[in-house]
Design a protein around this ligand. Structure first.
Ligand code: ZN
Length: 139
C-alpha cells in the first residue's frame, strides 16, 4: 500500500494545469485555463482548469475534480495507479507500507482454503480415473 504521507506529497506537488496540460492544449483566460474537453466531443472549449483551486471542470459534460481524478478518468486508472503515474511525473519516491496484519491473515487463510480444495480435487479426480467405481459410475 502507498503510505498516506506519499499520497499527500503527490497531491501537494501535482499542479492541475501541468497534469491536464500533458493531454489537453490549454489557453489562459483570466485566472483560468481553457481547452477542448477530452471527455466529450466539442468545438468550442468548455473545459476549464483553475490553477488557484487546483481543479478542473467541464461545463459541457460536468466532469471535474483534482489531478488524481483527471488521470483516473483520462487514462482509466485505479486510484493507486493514478498516484503512481503522478509520482513518476514529478519524480516522487513513493513510500510503500506493508499490508496490515489483518490483510495478511486473510491472505493466508485464502491460501489454506485453496490448498484444501486442491487436495480434495486431486482426491476425487483420482477416484474418478483410477478406481473401478469411478470408471463405471452407471453400474
Ligand atoms: Zn466535457
Amino acid at each position: 500500500m502507498i503510505s498516506r504521507k506519499s499520497i499527500e506529497e503527490v497531491m501537494e506537488r501535482a499542479r492541475i494545469e501541468e497534469v491536464v496540460g500533458d493531454f489537453v492544449n490549454l489557453k489562459r483566460r483570466g485566472s483560468n485555463l481553457t481547452g477542448l474537453c477530452p471527455f466529450h466531443h466539442e468545438k468550442t472549449p468548455s473545459f476549464s482548469v483553475s490553477p488557484t483551486r487546483n481543479i478542473f471542470k467541464c461545463f459541457g459534460c460536468g466532469r471535474g475534480g483534482d489531478s488524481v481524478k483527471f488521470v483516473m478518468e483520462h487514462e482509466g486508472y485505479e486510484y493507486p495507479e493514478a498516484i503512481r503515474y503522478l509520482a513518476g511525473k514529478y519524480g516522487i519516491q513513493l513510500e510503500e507500507t506493508q499490508a496490515d496484519a489483518e490483510t495478511l491473515l486473510a491472505e493466508r487463510e485464502r491460501e489454506t482454503i485453496y490448498k484444501v480444495l486442491e487436495f480434495a480435487w486431486q482426491y476425487y479426480k483420482n477416484q474418478l480415473h483410477n478406481t473401478e467405481e469411478g470408471q463405471s459410475p452407471w453400474s
